[in-house]
Design a protein around this ligand. Sequence first.
Ligand code: SAH
Length: 345
Amino acid sequence: MKNIKDYNLDALKEELVSLGEKGFRAEQIFKWLYVDKVKSFDEMTNLSLELRNKLKENYNICDFSIERKLVSKDGTIKYLFGLGDGNAIESVLMQYKYGKSVCVSSQIGCKMGCKFCASTGALFVRSLTSGEIIEQIIKIEQDTGETVSNVVFMGIGEPMDNFENVMNAIGILNNQKGLNIGARHISVSTSGVVPRIKEFADKDVQCTLSISLHSANNKTRSSMMPVNNAYPIEELMAACKYYMDKTNKRISFEYALARDNNDNLKDADELVNLLKTKLGYLNLIHVNLIPINKIENGNYDQSSLENIMKFRDYLNDHGITATIRRELGSDISAACGQLRRQNLK
Ligand code: SAH
């Protein structure tokens, strides 16, 4: 059966018309799903019993089960959701001063194989549907009674490897008649799938883009991220420049520091040169420094805070805005790169 949350508003209208119904019913259903966040068609009381039955016959309201829920001392909550087909995914709710942010997964497992990331050990099963991406946010809102203000595609999976469903999900999140999460409050992070970054620019997708860079040096980056062999730094920078030329939007670069690997001032200098010479737009660039989280049997150790601060200061002194990302939820393995289904099973 089809998941009703896989449809954006226009597609839902078409579905209803094909069922012999009036298109405006789609807006009513959309409101029930994303404003009232009902769990069943029976609750859609302004629809006729006949229509509710028709909906029940044709669609399900993707309702995840909460398999596990871990609460960190900093308020971060990690969820393990059970899916209808027996798979499980993780999502994280983070509490910031500015609001509640959910880190969503876009795939069950990941194909990218980044050496420092715990998701690498988890077998790739399949991509998530748009409805399954959205459901992570709805389920968390239902469970906590909170309203989610921000969504980051930084959980398990490579969003650009599930492009269509991720873009469709963003459209649904964005819709003012639905969850109404503003474009600047949604962020997609990619390991650097160059053709998709260009497509993203062409579509002028209404959300922000993060690039997981981690090194300005091809040799080092390739050793950390196999995707760099397919799309080396020069191509990645050209795609970023294309994106900025086209959209005039800012890009955030993620840089996870590992001791003696990419955390020396020489590395910072290489990064400054790369961004200045290949990208320009210094006012639209932001570098997010993350202390790398060591994973089980991993080769990378976290840099000292002192080194990370030196790295940040070097970038700032050379005209690149850089901040150190606060780690949330590390005590429940919910911090960057720590999400991995096996840990919870
Ligand atoms: N596949 C996408 C999104 C998921 S990863 C991407 O690569 O961007 C989200 C972020 O966490 C990425 O920047 C990723 O490089 C980073 N990350 C992964 N493992 C990490 C670890 N062990 N320590 C710190 N950051 C990590």
